[in-house]
Design a binder for this molecule. Structure first.
Ligand SMILES: Nc1ncnc2c1ncn2[C@@H]1O[C@H](COP(=O)(O)OP(=O)(O)OP(=O)(O)O)[C@@H](O)[C@H]1O
Length: 758
């Protein structure tokens, strides 16, 4: 127990302490408390009890408020403030403020009662002092000036805003870099735009820096204010502690003065104990506040660090922007310099051009005058151009007419030469016919074959004159008989030798002359071999046809030839068409109604052929249709009596002259063996008789398609023979005549001549 050093006057209330803050909070222990003038104050005691009962929630509320008001300084509250919505904060503050006011009102004694408590003694003062300190006073002091907590909150919000602004600035910087990377021809315009943006960014940065400095100053003020409050609290606590001894003294004094006050002392001690508890609680609150203040310091340091970081970032961005601005400025200056240099060069060039143009103008003026005069001259010429054109056209027409006349004259000359050539060819042919006769008889003697058998009957009965190839000697029944023909081929003669003798006839056929090669002789004499030959060694037919097509192809540029052929049997039904649908039907041979004397077979089938193969196919087709008469001597004899007619129709492309020739064919004479001498003799006699027949000159079947009557060639009267027919059978008086100039030699075995049997 602590005893007081001085004793106050009895019956008098102790003087109230100079300030509520100087009121003692004694740790009385079991001592009594004297209340003022020693008067018990149950009402005051009730009021104190009420104050006590209200002090606890008030302190708790103050603590809550302290935490809440100082909340922005704590990390937890800081993040709560960021997370919670603004209205939540407003409602909460409002409700808390309302609670606080209610609690403070309850805690704060009414004016009258306060006066009574002051009158009642130091206990009441202690209670008031404690209430003011830890109730309204503390709470109000901790709450700070109105707007202190929102200021911190605004700082946090500003920091968040700064972060957002920083991100936005970073995005804008990235976009700016992209745009900077993409600067091109419109660099100048972009540079201006970027400069504007940079200016706005600079202004924004400056304003934000000002805001940061302002916030920093506010933060420093708040920190200073909090430090000052903490210092005041420490001083208050220290002063309270320093005021403890007088309270102890009063307790001691009251203990000896009054027994009545013992109860009050007990109550005061109880209250004192309660107040001590409250003091402990307040100390705890203070400790927590100090911790919060420390946390606030730490948060402030963090915020400062963040602000410093942001400032550094801003500084860096600012520096980067300055660099980019510098780069842009340099680019702009460079572009301006280049543009200026280019403009100077262009201006110089323009000046030079201008000077040149001026010089040219000076030079061109005389030229312009010359051109003007030329133009006027040309204008006059153009006016007279139609007349000039007419004259020129007239001259050109005259020249063209003259050229046409010259061409016509040349054509006439060429035509004349062509006609003369034709006449020459005709004369040559006629000369050939005259010299050789239009019926020539050629004898070909085949070699003795196995089919001729053995013995004297198969001996050779034919001999030749080595000095005359037109004489043949036959030993008939021991008597030599000689014959003169146009040509005699020995068994050594080849197919080509025989063909060369008749080759000229093919040319005559193409020229439009009818040609007939007639083979005559007994069966097995070699007619088929001579005319057809074998595939390996073709005869006259194949060679003649090959020559025919070859000649036609050579003349293809000037002539259009159509080659057709038909096939008809000679016997036993000479009027049948072997190529027709009905080969058994007999056709009539009629005289051409055009008066040409030509014979024709109405309805006879003709095939247009393009090659020798086509002709052979047609011939084979006709052969299959032919009635075959088999002979014992020769299995090929069936061919020997068919007549193959090849007609060559030609049109001269330049003159329109049309020609038609038919190389009808049959067999040459001619067996060499003894047993056939009778037949051979008969054949030779027949041949010699035929050779004695003289025909008129060969008729060229030519007609001019488009020539005028004056241009018609006047051909000699034709020897009218049907195509392919044998002219040897022409009727007397129809152009045939004896050949008076021909040499007729009949060589007799004895050298005497005798008439040839006909
Ligand atoms: N110049 C020749 N050289 C070699 N063999 C020949 C000659 N002439 C005919 N022959 C041969 O004689 C035989 C009879 O000839 P080919 O068939 O030509 O007689 P042909 O007169 O046509 O008989 P046919 O009147 O019965 O038809 C054939 O085997 C033929 O090969």
């Amino acid at each position: 127990m602590v005893q007081s050093r001085r004793t106050p006057e009895r019956g008098r209330a102790r003087p109230a302490p100079a300030s509520p803050a100087a009121r003692p909070f004694p740790h009385t222990g079991p001592g009594r408390l004297r209340t003022g003038r020693g008067k018990d104050t149950p009402a005051g005691g009730d009021e104190d009890s009420g104050a006590r009962s209200g002090a606890r929630p008030a302190l708790a509320q103050c603590r809550a408020l302290s935490v809440d008001r100082a909340g922005p300084g704590s990390p937890r509250r800081l993040y709560l403030s960021l997370q919670q919505a603004q209205q939540d904060k407003g409602c909460k503050n409002k409700s808390q403020g309302t609670k606080e006011e209610k609690l403070l009102k309850r805690q704060a004694p009414a004016p009258g009662r306060d006066r009574e408590a002051q009158d009642a003694g130091g206990t009441m003062n202690v209670e008031k002092a404690g209430g003011r300190l830890f109730g309204r006073g503390r709470c109000s002091s901790l709450s700070g000036p109105p707007g202190a907590a929102p200021t911190v909150h605004r700082m946090v919000e500003a920091m968040a805003q700064l972060q957002e602004d920083k991100a936005q600035l970073q995005e804008e910087l990235a976009a700016l870099r992209e745009r900077l990377a993409l600067r091109d021809s419109d660099q100048q315009a972009t540079s201006t735009q970027l400069q504007n943006q940079v200016e706005s960014l600079k202004e924004k940065l400056i304003s934000q820096a000002q805001e940061v400095s302002r916030l920093r100053s506010e933060l420093a003020q708040e920190e200073e204010r909090l430090s000052r409050r903490l210092r005041d609290s420490h001083e208050t606590i220290a002063s309270l502690r320093a005021q403890s001894p007088p309270i102890k003294y009063v307790i001691k004094t009251v203990e000896v003065e009054s027994s009545k006050t013992k109860q009050a002392l007990t109550e005061s001690q109880t209250r004192n104990q309660h107040l001590q508890e409250q003091v402990a609680m307040q100390r705890q609150v203070l400790k927590e506040m100090e911790q919060q203040l420390q946390s606030s310091h730490q948060l402030t340091a963090q915020l400062r660090a963040q602000i410093a970081m942001y400032e550094a970032e801003l500084e860096r961005a600012h520096g980067q922007m300055l660099e980019e601005m510098q780069s842009l400025e340099e680019d702009k200056n460079r572009a301006i310099e280049e543009a200026f240099a280019r403009a100077q060069v262009e201006m110089k060039a323009v000046h030079e051009n201008l000077a040149g143009v001026r010089t040219n103008l000076l030079t061109l003026q005389p030229a312009l005058r010359t051109l003007t005069s030329d133009y006027n001259g040309l204008k006059r010429q153009v006016r007279g151009f139609p007349l000039l054109l007419q004259e020129a056209l007239k001259g050109v027409k005259a020249e063209i007419g003259q050229a046409i006349e010259e061409v016509n004259s040349n054509n006439q000359e060429l035509l004349r030469k062509y006609r003369r050539e034709l006449q020459l060819r005709k004369k040559c042919h006629n000369e050939l016919v005259r010299l050789k006769g239009n019926i020539r008889v050629i004898a070909r003697v085949r070699p003795v074959t196995k089919e001729d058998g053995d013995g004297p009957e198969a001996s050779n009965a034919v001999t030749f004159d080595p000095d005359d190839d037109s004489v043949i000697h036959l030993l008939h029944k021991g008597k030599p008989v000689s014959f003169e023909l146009d040509k005699v081929f020995s068994p050594r003669a080849s197919q080509q030798d025989v063909f060369q003798e008749v080759q000229a006839l093919i040319t005559s056929c193409i020229d439009g002359f009818n040609v007939c090669i007639f083979a005559y002789g007994q069966t097995g004499a070699g007619k088929t071999y001579t005319m057809e030959g074998t595939p390996e060694n073709p005869g006259i037919n194949q060679r003649a046809l090959q020559l025919l097509f070859s000649e036609v192809q050579e003349k293809a540029s000037d002539w259009e030839f159509t080659i057709t052929r038909d096939c008809r049997p000679l016997h036993p039904h000479p009027g049948r068409d072997l190529l027709g649908q009905e080969p058994q039907e007999k056709l009539e041979i009629r005289l051409c109604p055009d008066g040409s004397g030509q014979l024709y077979v109405p309805g006879l089938t003709e095939f247009r052929v393009q090659s020798v193969d086509d002709i052979n196919k047609v011939f084979e087709f006709g052969h299959t249709n032919r009635t075959t008469e088999f002979t014992n001597l020769n299995q090929h004899s069936s061919r020997s009596h068919a007549l193959l007619i090849v007609t060559v129709r030609g049109v001269d492309c330049s003159t329109g002259l049309r020609t038609t020739g038919s190389p009808g064919r049959e067999r040459p004479l001619v067996s060499p063996v003894e047993k056939n001498t009778s037949e051979t003799l008969y054949s030779l006699k027949f041949a010699e008789r035929v050779r004695s027949v003289e025909l008129g000159p060969g008729a060229r079947r030519a007609e001019l398609g488009s020539w005028s009557s004056q241009e018609h060639l006047e051909w000699e009267p034709a020897c009218q023979t049907p195509p392919g027919s044998t002219r040897a059978h022409s009727a007397p008086g129809s152009g045939t005549s004896s050949r008076p100039g021909s040499i007729r030699r009949r060589l007799q075995p004895s050298g005497k001549s005798r008439p040839l049997p006909v």
